[in-house]
Ligand binder design. Structure first.
Ligand SMILES: [Zn+2]
Length: 561
Protein backbone atom coordinates (compact mmCIF):
# COMPACT_ATOMS: atom_id res chain seq x y z
CA UNK A 1 0.00 0.00 0.00
CA UNK A 2 2.83 2.37 0.88
CA UNK A 3 4.43 2.27 -2.52
CA UNK A 4 1.14 3.01 -4.20
CA UNK A 5 0.27 6.00 -2.05
CA UNK A 6 3.69 7.43 -2.87
CA UNK A 7 2.91 6.99 -6.54
CA UNK A 8 -0.44 8.66 -6.14
CA UNK A 9 0.99 11.61 -4.21
CA UNK A 10 3.59 12.08 -6.93
CA UNK A 11 0.86 12.25 -9.52
CA UNK A 12 -1.06 14.70 -7.36
CA UNK A 13 2.08 16.74 -6.87
CA UNK A 14 2.50 16.93 -10.62
CA UNK A 15 -1.15 17.79 -10.99
CA UNK A 16 -0.92 20.60 -8.46
CA UNK A 17 2.26 21.92 -10.06
CA UNK A 18 0.47 22.07 -13.37
CA UNK A 19 -2.60 23.60 -11.75
CA UNK A 20 -0.53 26.27 -10.01
CA UNK A 21 1.36 27.24 -13.09
CA UNK A 22 -1.53 26.86 -15.47
CA UNK A 23 -2.68 30.17 -14.08
CA UNK A 24 0.29 31.53 -16.00
CA UNK A 25 -0.44 28.85 -18.60
CA UNK A 26 3.14 27.66 -18.28
CA UNK A 27 2.67 24.03 -17.37
CA UNK A 28 -0.28 23.15 -19.58
CA UNK A 29 0.94 20.75 -22.23
CA UNK A 30 0.38 21.48 -25.88
CA UNK A 31 -0.03 18.66 -28.38
CA UNK A 32 3.21 17.27 -29.87
CA UNK A 33 1.58 17.17 -33.34
CA UNK A 34 -0.55 19.67 -35.26
CA UNK A 35 -3.17 17.05 -36.22
CA UNK A 36 -6.01 15.52 -34.14
CA UNK A 37 -4.43 12.74 -32.11
CA UNK A 38 -5.19 9.19 -33.26
CA UNK A 39 -3.62 6.50 -31.09
CA UNK A 40 -2.18 3.21 -32.32
CA UNK A 41 -0.75 2.23 -28.95
CA UNK A 42 -1.79 3.08 -25.41
CA UNK A 43 0.28 3.33 -22.25
CA UNK A 44 1.01 0.01 -20.55
CA UNK A 45 -0.23 -1.96 -23.56
CA UNK A 46 1.26 -5.44 -23.73
CA UNK A 47 3.82 -5.81 -26.52
CA UNK A 48 5.98 -8.81 -27.36
CA UNK A 49 8.84 -7.85 -25.04
CA UNK A 50 7.62 -4.92 -22.94
CA UNK A 51 4.78 -2.92 -21.48
CA UNK A 52 4.42 0.07 -23.81
CA UNK A 53 5.96 3.07 -22.02
CA UNK A 54 4.17 5.82 -23.94
CA UNK A 55 1.56 6.66 -26.55
CA UNK A 56 1.94 5.76 -30.21
CA UNK A 57 0.43 8.60 -32.20
CA UNK A 58 -0.54 7.96 -35.81
CA UNK A 59 0.85 10.27 -38.47
CA UNK A 60 -1.54 9.31 -41.26
CA UNK A 61 0.91 6.90 -42.87
CA UNK A 62 3.24 9.81 -43.56
CA UNK A 63 6.63 10.89 -42.30
CA UNK A 64 7.97 14.41 -41.82
CA UNK A 65 5.20 15.91 -39.66
CA UNK A 66 6.37 18.69 -37.34
CA UNK A 67 6.93 17.42 -33.80
CA UNK A 68 6.66 20.09 -31.10
CA UNK A 69 7.92 20.10 -27.54
CA UNK A 70 4.93 20.01 -25.20
CA UNK A 71 6.44 22.40 -22.62
CA UNK A 72 9.38 24.78 -22.20
CA UNK A 73 12.52 22.90 -21.36
CA UNK A 74 16.00 21.83 -22.20
CA UNK A 75 17.13 18.93 -24.38
CA UNK A 76 18.72 16.45 -21.96
CA UNK A 77 19.37 13.46 -24.21
CA UNK A 78 19.59 12.71 -27.92
CA UNK A 79 19.84 9.16 -29.18
CA UNK A 80 20.38 7.79 -32.66
CA UNK A 81 20.03 4.04 -33.07
CA UNK A 82 19.15 1.60 -35.86
CA UNK A 83 16.96 -0.31 -33.37
CA UNK A 84 14.65 0.64 -30.47
CA UNK A 85 13.70 4.32 -30.41
CA UNK A 86 15.60 5.17 -33.62
CA UNK A 87 16.19 8.93 -33.57
CA UNK A 88 14.90 10.22 -30.24
CA UNK A 89 14.88 13.49 -28.27
CA UNK A 90 14.41 13.77 -24.49
CA UNK A 91 13.45 17.15 -23.02
CA UNK A 92 13.56 18.00 -19.29
CA UNK A 93 10.88 20.40 -18.07
CA UNK A 94 10.85 22.66 -15.00
CA UNK A 95 7.90 20.71 -13.50
CA UNK A 96 10.06 17.63 -12.96
CA UNK A 97 8.98 15.67 -16.01
CA UNK A 98 10.86 14.60 -19.12
CA UNK A 99 9.08 14.26 -22.46
CA UNK A 100 10.37 11.79 -25.05
CA UNK A 101 9.81 11.84 -28.84
CA UNK A 102 10.96 8.72 -30.73
CA UNK A 103 11.25 7.15 -34.23
CA UNK A 104 11.90 10.64 -35.69
CA UNK A 105 12.87 11.04 -39.34
CA UNK A 106 15.21 13.87 -38.41
CA UNK A 107 15.79 16.56 -35.82
CA UNK A 108 15.23 20.32 -35.94
CA UNK A 109 18.23 22.18 -37.51
CA UNK A 110 19.50 23.21 -34.05
CA UNK A 111 19.47 19.66 -32.67
CA UNK A 112 20.53 18.13 -35.99
CA UNK A 113 23.71 20.23 -36.17
CA UNK A 114 24.52 19.44 -32.51
CA UNK A 115 24.22 15.69 -33.06
CA UNK A 116 25.95 15.71 -36.47
CA UNK A 117 28.98 17.38 -34.95
CA UNK A 118 29.10 14.59 -32.37
CA UNK A 119 28.60 11.90 -35.05
CA UNK A 120 31.47 13.29 -37.16
CA UNK A 121 33.67 13.52 -34.08
CA UNK A 122 32.92 9.92 -33.05
CA UNK A 123 32.74 8.74 -36.69
CA UNK A 124 29.55 6.84 -35.94
CA UNK A 125 25.91 7.11 -36.97
CA UNK A 126 24.78 5.40 -33.76
CA UNK A 127 25.29 7.84 -30.92
CA UNK A 128 23.93 9.07 -27.60
CA UNK A 129 24.54 12.55 -26.14
CA UNK A 130 23.45 14.22 -22.91
CA UNK A 131 23.50 18.01 -23.52
CA UNK A 132 23.76 20.14 -20.37
CA UNK A 133 21.46 23.16 -20.78
CA UNK A 134 23.00 23.87 -24.19
CA UNK A 135 19.78 23.32 -26.10
CA UNK A 136 16.89 25.27 -24.54
CA UNK A 137 13.51 24.86 -26.24
CA UNK A 138 10.26 26.78 -25.93
CA UNK A 139 6.83 25.18 -25.65
CA UNK A 140 5.55 24.56 -29.17
CA UNK A 141 9.00 24.73 -30.74
CA UNK A 142 9.57 22.18 -33.51
CA UNK A 143 12.22 19.76 -32.23
CA UNK A 144 12.07 17.27 -35.08
CA UNK A 145 10.00 15.56 -37.75
CA UNK A 146 8.02 12.37 -37.33
CA UNK A 147 9.39 9.23 -38.95
CA UNK A 148 9.75 5.47 -38.78
CA UNK A 149 13.33 4.99 -37.50
CA UNK A 150 14.49 2.20 -35.18
CA UNK A 151 12.18 -0.62 -34.13
CA UNK A 152 9.11 0.95 -35.69
CA UNK A 153 6.97 -0.92 -38.19
CA UNK A 154 5.16 2.07 -39.70
CA UNK A 155 5.31 5.88 -39.52
CA UNK A 156 4.21 7.17 -36.09
CA UNK A 157 5.37 9.25 -33.15
CA UNK A 158 6.20 7.43 -29.93
CA UNK A 159 5.60 9.94 -27.13
CA UNK A 160 6.41 9.53 -23.44
CA UNK A 161 6.33 11.51 -20.24
CA UNK A 162 8.68 10.39 -17.48
CA UNK A 163 9.55 11.46 -13.98
CA UNK A 164 12.91 13.20 -14.60
CA UNK A 165 14.39 11.96 -11.30
CA UNK A 166 14.04 8.22 -11.83
CA UNK A 167 12.95 8.05 -15.51
CA UNK A 168 9.77 6.22 -14.51
CA UNK A 169 7.19 6.63 -17.28
CA UNK A 170 3.77 8.12 -16.50
CA UNK A 171 0.65 7.56 -18.52
CA UNK A 172 0.80 10.69 -20.74
CA UNK A 173 -3.02 10.84 -20.61
CA UNK A 174 -2.66 12.07 -16.99
CA UNK A 175 -1.35 15.31 -18.48
CA UNK A 176 -4.51 15.96 -20.50
CA UNK A 177 -3.23 14.81 -23.87
CA UNK A 178 -6.15 15.54 -26.14
CA UNK A 179 -7.40 12.17 -27.42
CA UNK A 180 -11.09 11.86 -28.26
CA UNK A 181 -12.37 8.60 -26.78
CA UNK A 182 -16.02 7.65 -26.35
CA UNK A 183 -15.50 3.97 -27.18
CA UNK A 184 -15.82 1.25 -24.57
CA UNK A 185 -13.28 -1.58 -24.32
CA UNK A 186 -14.14 -4.75 -26.25
CA UNK A 187 -14.04 -8.04 -24.36
CA UNK A 188 -13.56 -11.16 -26.46
CA UNK A 189 -13.29 -14.11 -24.07
CA UNK A 190 -13.01 -14.99 -20.40
CA UNK A 191 -10.59 -17.54 -18.93
CA UNK A 192 -10.42 -19.24 -15.54
CA UNK A 193 -7.06 -20.05 -14.00
CA UNK A 194 -6.13 -22.58 -11.32
CA UNK A 195 -2.70 -23.36 -9.93
CA UNK A 196 -1.23 -26.68 -10.99
CA UNK A 197 0.86 -28.93 -8.69
CA UNK A 198 3.87 -26.70 -9.32
CA UNK A 199 2.18 -23.42 -8.40
CA UNK A 200 1.87 -22.30 -12.01
CA UNK A 201 -1.33 -20.53 -13.08
CA UNK A 202 -2.92 -22.57 -15.84
CA UNK A 203 -6.09 -22.04 -17.86
CA UNK A 204 -8.80 -24.51 -16.77
CA UNK A 205 -11.86 -23.02 -18.51
CA UNK A 206 -12.40 -20.87 -21.60
CA UNK A 207 -15.72 -19.05 -21.48
CA UNK A 208 -17.63 -17.36 -24.30
CA UNK A 209 -19.45 -14.22 -23.23
CA UNK A 210 -22.82 -13.01 -24.37
CA UNK A 211 -22.88 -9.37 -25.41
CA UNK A 212 -26.04 -7.85 -23.94
CA UNK A 213 -25.41 -4.29 -25.12
CA UNK A 214 -22.45 -2.01 -25.87
CA UNK A 215 -20.34 -2.30 -22.74
CA UNK A 216 -22.31 -5.06 -21.04
CA UNK A 217 -21.43 -8.76 -21.21
CA UNK A 218 -22.88 -11.75 -19.43
CA UNK A 219 -21.10 -15.01 -18.69
CA UNK A 220 -22.99 -18.32 -18.64
CA UNK A 221 -23.30 -19.95 -15.23
CA UNK A 222 -19.88 -21.15 -14.12
CA UNK A 223 -19.24 -24.20 -11.95
CA UNK A 224 -15.87 -24.65 -10.33
CA UNK A 225 -14.11 -24.69 -6.96
CA UNK A 226 -10.79 -23.97 -5.30
CA UNK A 227 -8.53 -20.95 -5.64
CA UNK A 228 -9.21 -19.32 -8.99
CA UNK A 229 -8.15 -16.32 -11.01
CA UNK A 230 -9.72 -14.62 -14.03
CA UNK A 231 -8.13 -13.61 -17.30
CA UNK A 232 -9.49 -11.75 -20.31
CA UNK A 233 -8.79 -11.46 -23.99
CA UNK A 234 -9.72 -7.84 -24.73
CA UNK A 235 -8.74 -4.56 -26.39
CA UNK A 236 -9.73 -0.92 -26.55
CA UNK A 237 -9.94 1.63 -29.33
CA UNK A 238 -10.61 5.34 -29.69
CA UNK A 239 -12.84 7.43 -31.96
CA UNK A 240 -10.01 8.15 -34.41
CA UNK A 241 -8.53 4.66 -34.24
CA UNK A 242 -11.46 2.30 -34.59
CA UNK A 243 -9.38 -0.41 -36.25
CA UNK A 244 -6.54 -0.46 -33.75
CA UNK A 245 -6.49 -3.01 -30.96
CA UNK A 246 -5.05 -0.88 -28.17
CA UNK A 247 -4.58 -1.68 -24.51
CA UNK A 248 -7.07 -0.95 -21.73
CA UNK A 249 -6.37 1.25 -18.70
CA UNK A 250 -7.90 -0.22 -15.55
CA UNK A 251 -9.30 -3.42 -14.10
CA UNK A 252 -11.69 -3.96 -11.21
CA UNK A 253 -13.42 -7.10 -9.93
CA UNK A 254 -16.23 -6.93 -7.37
CA UNK A 255 -17.25 -10.14 -5.62
CA UNK A 256 -20.56 -9.78 -3.81
CA UNK A 257 -19.92 -6.00 -3.81
CA UNK A 258 -16.44 -6.28 -2.29
CA UNK A 259 -13.48 -5.20 -4.48
CA UNK A 260 -11.12 -8.14 -4.92
CA UNK A 261 -9.03 -6.88 -7.87
CA UNK A 262 -8.00 -3.35 -8.77
CA UNK A 263 -5.06 -2.27 -10.88
CA UNK A 264 -4.36 0.21 -13.65
CA UNK A 265 -1.74 1.64 -15.95
CA UNK A 266 -0.98 5.09 -14.50
CA UNK A 267 2.71 4.50 -14.15
CA UNK A 268 4.93 1.55 -14.85
CA UNK A 269 8.60 0.77 -14.36
CA UNK A 270 10.82 -0.40 -17.18
CA UNK A 271 11.73 -3.35 -14.88
CA UNK A 272 8.12 -4.55 -15.00
CA UNK A 273 8.65 -5.86 -18.52
CA UNK A 274 10.64 -8.86 -17.23
CA UNK A 275 7.33 -10.20 -15.79
CA UNK A 276 5.25 -9.50 -18.89
CA UNK A 277 5.05 -13.15 -19.93
CA UNK A 278 3.77 -14.03 -16.45
CA UNK A 279 0.93 -11.49 -16.69
CA UNK A 280 -0.29 -13.09 -19.90
CA UNK A 281 -0.83 -16.81 -20.45
CA UNK A 282 2.40 -17.58 -22.29
CA UNK A 283 1.21 -20.93 -23.68
CA UNK A 284 -1.95 -19.40 -25.18
CA UNK A 285 0.20 -16.67 -26.69
CA UNK A 286 2.77 -19.09 -28.17
CA UNK A 287 0.15 -21.51 -29.47
CA UNK A 288 -2.55 -19.13 -30.70
CA UNK A 289 -1.06 -15.63 -30.64
CA UNK A 290 -3.82 -14.70 -28.18
CA UNK A 291 -2.92 -12.45 -25.27
CA UNK A 292 -4.91 -13.43 -22.19
CA UNK A 293 -4.28 -10.83 -19.52
CA UNK A 294 -4.56 -12.03 -15.92
CA UNK A 295 -6.71 -9.82 -13.70
CA UNK A 296 -4.68 -10.91 -10.66
CA UNK A 297 -1.11 -10.67 -9.49
CA UNK A 298 0.67 -13.60 -11.17
CA UNK A 299 2.75 -15.96 -9.02
CA UNK A 300 6.51 -15.26 -9.09
CA UNK A 301 6.12 -11.72 -10.43
CA UNK A 302 6.86 -8.36 -8.87
CA UNK A 303 4.97 -5.98 -11.15
CA UNK A 304 5.10 -2.46 -9.71
CA UNK A 305 1.61 -1.40 -10.81
CA UNK A 306 -0.19 -4.34 -9.17
CA UNK A 307 -0.65 -4.09 -5.40
CA UNK A 308 0.30 -7.24 -3.56
CA UNK A 309 -1.83 -6.96 -0.44
CA UNK A 310 -5.06 -8.96 -0.05
CA UNK A 311 -6.28 -7.39 -3.30
CA UNK A 312 -5.38 -8.78 -6.72
CA UNK A 313 -4.93 -12.28 -5.32
CA UNK A 314 -6.67 -15.36 -6.62
CA UNK A 315 -9.85 -16.05 -4.65
CA UNK A 316 -11.53 -19.13 -3.22
CA UNK A 317 -14.73 -20.75 -4.43
CA UNK A 318 -16.22 -23.10 -1.88
CA UNK A 319 -18.42 -26.01 -2.85
CA UNK A 320 -22.19 -25.43 -2.69
CA UNK A 321 -21.80 -21.66 -2.39
CA UNK A 322 -22.72 -19.06 -5.00
CA UNK A 323 -20.85 -15.88 -5.84
CA UNK A 324 -21.86 -12.83 -7.85
CA UNK A 325 -19.02 -11.24 -9.75
CA UNK A 326 -18.84 -7.96 -11.61
CA UNK A 327 -15.77 -7.16 -13.71
CA UNK A 328 -15.17 -3.60 -14.86
CA UNK A 329 -12.68 -2.83 -17.63
CA UNK A 330 -12.10 0.84 -18.29
CA UNK A 331 -10.05 3.01 -20.63
CA UNK A 332 -8.40 6.22 -19.47
CA UNK A 333 -11.44 8.31 -20.38
CA UNK A 334 -13.64 6.19 -18.08
CA UNK A 335 -15.51 4.36 -20.81
CA UNK A 336 -16.35 1.15 -18.97
CA UNK A 337 -17.28 -2.35 -20.12
CA UNK A 338 -18.80 -4.69 -17.55
CA UNK A 339 -19.06 -8.46 -17.27
CA UNK A 340 -21.67 -9.98 -14.99
CA UNK A 341 -21.10 -13.55 -13.87
CA UNK A 342 -22.26 -16.07 -11.30
CA UNK A 343 -19.98 -18.80 -10.00
CA UNK A 344 -21.34 -21.79 -8.14
CA UNK A 345 -19.02 -24.00 -6.11
CA UNK A 346 -18.90 -27.57 -7.36
CA UNK A 347 -16.26 -30.26 -6.90
CA UNK A 348 -13.66 -29.93 -9.65
CA UNK A 349 -10.99 -32.41 -10.70
CA UNK A 350 -8.07 -31.35 -12.82
CA UNK A 351 -6.19 -33.66 -15.07
CA UNK A 352 -2.61 -32.51 -15.04
CA UNK A 353 -0.69 -32.90 -18.27
CA UNK A 354 1.76 -35.79 -18.47
CA UNK A 355 5.40 -34.83 -18.46
CA UNK A 356 7.35 -35.46 -21.65
CA UNK A 357 11.11 -35.31 -21.58
CA UNK A 358 12.84 -34.43 -18.33
CA UNK A 359 11.33 -32.46 -15.47
CA UNK A 360 13.61 -29.48 -14.86
CA UNK A 361 13.41 -28.26 -11.27
CA UNK A 362 14.31 -24.59 -10.79
CA UNK A 363 16.44 -25.37 -7.74
CA UNK A 364 18.80 -27.65 -9.70
CA UNK A 365 21.46 -27.12 -12.33
CA UNK A 366 21.42 -29.24 -15.52
CA UNK A 367 24.06 -30.18 -18.06
CA UNK A 368 23.01 -32.03 -21.21
CA UNK A 369 26.12 -33.56 -22.81
CA UNK A 370 26.30 -34.88 -26.35
CA UNK A 371 29.31 -35.87 -28.46
CA UNK A 372 29.97 -32.38 -29.87
CA UNK A 373 27.47 -30.25 -27.99
CA UNK A 374 26.39 -29.30 -24.51
CA UNK A 375 23.37 -27.44 -23.17
CA UNK A 376 23.78 -25.88 -19.76
CA UNK A 377 20.86 -24.74 -17.59
CA UNK A 378 21.80 -22.88 -14.43
CA UNK A 379 19.63 -22.82 -11.31
CA UNK A 380 16.42 -20.82 -11.74
CA UNK A 381 16.41 -21.01 -15.53
CA UNK A 382 12.65 -21.56 -15.18
CA UNK A 383 10.02 -20.03 -12.89
CA UNK A 384 8.35 -23.41 -12.37
CA UNK A 385 9.27 -27.07 -12.70
CA UNK A 386 9.15 -27.47 -16.47
CA UNK A 387 9.27 -30.51 -18.67
CA UNK A 388 11.89 -30.19 -21.34
CA UNK A 389 13.18 -32.37 -24.14
CA UNK A 390 16.81 -31.75 -25.07
CA UNK A 391 18.16 -34.04 -27.78
CA UNK A 392 20.46 -34.35 -30.74
CA UNK A 393 19.10 -34.59 -34.28
CA UNK A 394 21.91 -35.03 -36.87
CA UNK A 395 24.16 -32.04 -36.16
CA UNK A 396 21.42 -29.97 -34.50
CA UNK A 397 20.40 -29.64 -30.90
CA UNK A 398 16.67 -29.58 -30.35
CA UNK A 399 15.10 -28.09 -27.26
CA UNK A 400 11.35 -28.63 -26.95
CA UNK A 401 8.59 -27.67 -26.42
CA UNK A 402 8.63 -24.22 -27.93
CA UNK A 403 6.11 -22.93 -25.36
CA UNK A 404 8.61 -23.14 -22.47
CA UNK A 405 8.87 -19.81 -20.67
CA UNK A 406 12.44 -19.14 -19.58
CA UNK A 407 13.26 -16.85 -16.67
CA UNK A 408 16.97 -16.77 -17.46
CA UNK A 409 19.13 -17.57 -20.43
CA UNK A 410 20.82 -20.94 -20.87
CA UNK A 411 24.03 -21.62 -22.77
CA UNK A 412 24.71 -23.87 -25.73
CA UNK A 413 28.16 -25.01 -26.82
CA UNK A 414 29.27 -26.64 -30.06
CA UNK A 415 32.71 -28.26 -30.46
CA UNK A 416 34.32 -27.98 -33.88
CA UNK A 417 37.82 -29.51 -33.65
CA UNK A 418 37.91 -30.52 -37.30
CA UNK A 419 37.20 -27.05 -38.71
CA UNK A 420 40.06 -25.24 -40.48
CA UNK A 421 40.71 -21.63 -39.48
CA UNK A 422 38.57 -20.13 -42.27
CA UNK A 423 35.57 -22.35 -41.51
CA UNK A 424 35.96 -21.58 -37.86
CA UNK A 425 35.97 -17.84 -38.49
CA UNK A 426 32.92 -18.02 -40.76
CA UNK A 427 30.80 -20.19 -38.45
CA UNK A 428 28.26 -19.16 -35.86
CA UNK A 429 25.48 -20.65 -33.79
CA UNK A 430 22.13 -20.28 -35.51
CA UNK A 431 18.56 -20.97 -34.54
CA UNK A 432 15.95 -22.03 -37.03
CA UNK A 433 13.04 -19.61 -36.76
CA UNK A 434 9.35 -20.19 -37.56
CA UNK A 435 9.70 -19.57 -41.29
CA UNK A 436 12.62 -22.04 -41.40
CA UNK A 437 14.98 -19.11 -41.73
CA UNK A 438 18.39 -19.06 -40.10
CA UNK A 439 18.75 -16.51 -37.29
CA UNK A 440 22.24 -15.42 -36.24
CA UNK A 441 23.01 -15.75 -32.52
CA UNK A 442 25.95 -13.70 -31.17
CA UNK A 443 28.62 -16.38 -30.84
CA UNK A 444 31.81 -16.41 -28.80
CA UNK A 445 34.57 -18.69 -30.12
CA UNK A 446 37.07 -20.03 -27.56
CA UNK A 447 39.64 -22.38 -29.11
CA UNK A 448 37.34 -24.79 -30.92
CA UNK A 449 34.25 -24.15 -28.81
CA UNK A 450 31.37 -22.03 -30.06
CA UNK A 451 29.22 -20.56 -27.26
CA UNK A 452 25.94 -18.67 -27.29
CA UNK A 453 23.12 -17.85 -24.89
CA UNK A 454 19.40 -17.98 -25.48
CA UNK A 455 16.04 -17.65 -23.75
CA UNK A 456 14.18 -19.60 -26.40
CA UNK A 457 13.62 -23.27 -27.02
CA UNK A 458 14.06 -24.43 -30.61
CA UNK A 459 16.58 -25.93 -33.01
CA UNK A 460 20.21 -24.80 -32.80
CA UNK A 461 23.13 -25.69 -35.09
CA UNK A 462 26.40 -24.40 -36.48
CA UNK A 463 25.91 -22.36 -39.65
CA UNK A 464 28.53 -20.94 -41.98
CA UNK A 465 28.53 -17.60 -43.76
CA UNK A 466 31.22 -17.33 -46.43
CA UNK A 467 29.55 -14.67 -48.56
CA UNK A 468 30.50 -11.03 -47.91
CA UNK A 469 27.81 -8.30 -47.88
CA UNK A 470 26.56 -6.83 -51.16
CA UNK A 471 26.93 -3.08 -51.82
CA UNK A 472 24.95 -1.42 -54.64
CA UNK A 473 24.51 2.27 -55.55
CA UNK A 474 20.84 3.33 -55.67
CA UNK A 475 20.65 6.86 -57.07
CA UNK A 476 23.86 7.27 -59.07
CA UNK A 477 26.19 5.61 -61.57
CA UNK A 478 29.95 5.61 -61.90
CA UNK A 479 31.42 8.92 -63.14
CA UNK A 480 28.03 10.64 -63.09
CA UNK A 481 27.75 14.39 -62.34
CA UNK A 482 25.80 14.72 -59.06
CA UNK A 483 25.85 18.51 -58.55
CA UNK A 484 22.06 18.68 -58.12
CA UNK A 485 21.66 15.63 -55.87
CA UNK A 486 20.89 16.16 -52.21
CA UNK A 487 21.76 12.63 -51.16
CA UNK A 488 23.97 9.70 -52.03
CA UNK A 489 22.08 6.44 -51.53
CA UNK A 490 23.54 2.94 -51.41
CA UNK A 491 21.96 -0.43 -50.64
CA UNK A 492 23.79 -2.87 -48.38
CA UNK A 493 22.72 -6.47 -47.78
CA UNK A 494 23.96 -9.60 -46.08
CA UNK A 495 22.00 -12.79 -46.52
CA UNK A 496 23.06 -14.89 -43.53
CA UNK A 497 24.85 -13.57 -40.45
CA UNK A 498 23.77 -9.95 -41.00
CA UNK A 499 25.53 -6.60 -41.18
CA UNK A 500 27.71 -5.71 -38.22
CA UNK A 501 29.61 -2.64 -39.32
CA UNK A 502 29.93 -0.16 -42.18
CA UNK A 503 32.00 2.88 -42.95
CA UNK A 504 31.99 5.41 -45.80
CA UNK A 505 34.66 7.79 -47.04
CA UNK A 506 34.71 10.54 -49.66
CA UNK A 507 38.17 11.58 -50.83
CA UNK A 508 39.67 9.75 -47.86
CA UNK A 509 37.53 11.54 -45.27
CA UNK A 510 34.97 9.73 -43.08
CA UNK A 511 31.44 10.76 -43.98
CA UNK A 512 28.17 10.09 -42.18
CA UNK A 513 26.01 7.48 -43.88
CA UNK A 514 22.70 7.05 -42.06
CA UNK A 515 21.66 3.39 -41.95
CA UNK A 516 18.06 2.19 -42.15
CA UNK A 517 18.02 -1.62 -41.82
CA UNK A 518 14.32 -1.81 -42.84
CA UNK A 519 15.05 -0.79 -46.43
CA UNK A 520 18.79 -1.60 -46.21
CA UNK A 521 19.67 1.95 -47.28
CA UNK A 522 22.76 3.98 -46.46
CA UNK A 523 22.22 7.71 -47.04
CA UNK A 524 24.78 10.50 -47.14
CA UNK A 525 23.56 14.11 -47.09
CA UNK A 526 25.67 16.36 -49.40
CA UNK A 527 24.96 19.32 -47.09
CA UNK A 528 27.16 17.75 -44.42
CA UNK A 529 30.52 18.47 -46.04
CA UNK A 530 32.05 20.46 -48.88
CA UNK A 531 34.87 19.16 -51.04
CA UNK A 532 36.78 20.63 -53.97
CA UNK A 533 34.64 20.61 -57.14
CA UNK A 534 35.37 17.90 -59.71
CA UNK A 535 36.08 14.20 -59.38
CA UNK A 536 35.13 12.59 -56.04
CA UNK A 537 36.32 9.22 -54.70
CA UNK A 538 33.77 7.19 -52.76
CA UNK A 539 34.78 4.19 -50.69
CA UNK A 540 32.43 2.01 -48.64
CA UNK A 541 33.45 -0.84 -46.37
CA UNK A 542 30.82 -3.23 -44.99
CA UNK A 543 31.39 -6.27 -42.78
CA UNK A 544 29.00 -8.98 -41.64
CA UNK A 545 28.74 -10.59 -38.20
CA UNK A 546 31.43 -13.22 -38.91
CA UNK A 547 33.88 -10.70 -40.40
CA UNK A 548 33.40 -11.17 -44.16
CA UNK A 549 34.25 -7.78 -45.64
CA UNK A 550 33.18 -6.02 -48.84
CA UNK A 551 34.77 -2.88 -50.22
CA UNK A 552 33.01 -0.79 -52.85
CA UNK A 553 34.94 1.96 -54.61
CA UNK A 554 33.71 4.31 -57.28
CA UNK A 555 34.01 7.87 -58.52
CA UNK A 556 31.48 10.59 -59.27
CA UNK A 557 31.66 14.29 -60.13
CA UNK A 558 30.22 17.21 -58.21
CA UNK A 559 30.44 21.00 -58.33
CA UNK A 560 30.52 22.68 -54.91
CA UNK A 561 29.89 26.47 -54.70
ZN1 LIG B 1 5.59 3.27 -29.10
Amino acid sequence: MKVNSKKISLIFLLFSISLLSSQKDQSKLISPLDIPLAISGTFGEIRSSHFHAGLDIKTGGKQGLKVRTVLDGSVSRIRVSTTGYGKAVYIDHPNGTTSVYAHLKNFSPKIESYIKEAQYEKESYVIEKFPKNELAVLKGEVIGFSGNTGGSSGPHLHFEIRDTKNQMPFNPMIFNIDVVDTKKPVIQKLFLFHENNFGEDIITQKIKLEKISDGLYKAPKIYTSGKIGIGLQMYDNQDLSLFNKNGIHSIKIFMDDKIISDYNYNNIKFDDSQYLNLLIDYKEFKNKKIRVQKLFNPNNSNISFIDKDEKNAKFSIEENKSYDLLIEISDFKKNISRIEMKITGRETNFIHPTIEGELILPENEYLFKFKDQTVHLKKNTFYYPTSLNVYKDHDSIKINPDISLFKKSFSIEFFANKYDSISKRQSFIARLNKKKKIAYYPTIIKDSIFITKSVQAGTYFLAKDSIPPKIKPINFKKNQWLSKSKFLKVKIEDDLSGIKYYEGEINGKWVLFEYEPKNKNLTFNFNDLKFKSGKQDLKLKVTDNVGNESIFQTTFYRKYD
